[in-house]
Design a protein around this ligand. Structure first.
Ligand code: ATP
Ligand code: MG
Length: 201
């Protein structure tokens, strides 16, 4: 791998993670409410039955207000878990107000294992995708695990619609991209809905 490209990506990750962590509690609260208000009206979400989200950490825009609205409107909500049998892959398990959450050793909260509540990727209608930065073409940079690039590698061949969520300040003009990075067809921020026609890409 081109080490200068890898260094650029790492430096950008550090910068953007610091930026989002520096938002005040009030800014974070308002951002999460605005995100929920916009997202619930976006037709792929409005029409979805099964939608996967993540639980925010590290200054990520808080997805909990959106989750509360999705529950309220009768959607089935899922959270990712690192696959215990394949630790480079994500699996999805239903999340309800009664679900016990357990802290994974990598820091994120996951639903307590319940094999009866697992849903495969292709059974989902929408996957809400975390990101550290996105650009004006829909490219994204994550935390560096490659989990979402692997998950979304063939999303265009499925009926799953991935949607990034982010603070407005996470937009970059252009990102240093690797060949395995999967661009998104949509990103929702508190102030804007971004959409790109990359389904046939
Ligand atoms: N489809 C894939 N198959 C196998 N390995 C992959 C695939 N996509 C990405 N990877 C590997 O994952 C590692 C991390 O990728 P990258 O730096 O793009 O992570 P990221 O996009 O920041 O993370 P994430 O996708 O979890 O948000 C890289 O070493 C890359 O080779
Ligand atoms: Mg990537």
């Amino acid at each position: 791998m081109d080490s200068s490209l890898a260094q650029q990506r790492q430096a950008l990750r550090q910068h953007m993670r610091r930026l989002r962590r520096s938002l005040s509690d009030t800014q974070q609260f308002q951002a999460s409410q605005q995100l929920a208000e916009h997202a619930i009206l976006f037709s792929p979400i409005e029409q979805s039955h099964r939608i996967a989200l993540f639980l925010s950490m590290d200054g990520e825009i808080n997805t909990r207000p959106l989750i509360a609205r999705l529950w309220h409107s009768g959607k089935r909500v899922y959270l990712p878990r690192i696959d215990p049998t394949c630790p480079t892959s994500l699996i999805f398990q239903q999340y309800t107000p009664q679900t016990n959450l357990i802290k994974h050793r990598l820091g994120m909260l996951e639903p307590e294992e319940n094999s009866e509540e697992i849903c495969t990727f292709t059974e989902l209608d929408v996957v809400i995708v975390p990101l550290v930065a996105f650009d004006s073409t829909g490219q994204r940079l994550g935390m560096g695990g490659g989990f979402y690039d692997r998950l979304l590698a063939d999303w265009q061949k499925t009926s799953v619609f991935p949607i990034g969520v982010a603070h407005d300040c996470q937009l970059q003009e252009a990102l240093p991209i690797e060949f395995w990075d999967i661009p998104l067809p949509a990103v929702i921020t508190p102030n804007r809905l971004w959409q790109w026609n990359n389904k046939e890409a």
